[in-house]
Design a protein around this ligand. Structure first.
Ligand SMILES: [Zn+2]
Length: 93
């Protein structure tokens, strides 16, 4: 019976970790999508014809195979978002 409880606890912990990770990545994807659309996820400032609300700076260009480090900055609330983006499509050989 003890073994059963042990297994149950492990399974429950595993499920909690999976759900937490899923939420984390969903949140991350949401922020990235928002930034790419020029909308600040924090204060809601958006880019229009007048000017950009979001500026980005490529810190490290990973090239074809690597991951690029991009720093997004909101001009309005000065919040920065560090994003690691996988560069895809340029090595289609
Ligand atoms: Zn902002």
């Amino acid at each position: 019976m003890e073994l059963f409880f042990y297994i149950l606890i492990v399974v429950v912990l595993f499920i909690i970790i999976v759900i937490a990770l899923k939420k984390y990545y969903e949140q991350k994807a949401k922020i990235l999508l928002s930034l790419k659309n020029g909308i600040c996820p924090s204060c809601g400032a958006f880019s229009d014809d007048v000017g950009h609300a979001i500026e980005y700076q490529i810190l490290n260009n990973g090239g074809c195979s690597g991951v690029s480090d991009i720093l997004y900055t909101c001009i309005k609330c000065n919040k920065t978002y560090f994003v690691q983006e996988r560069a895809g499509g340029c090595c289609g050989r």
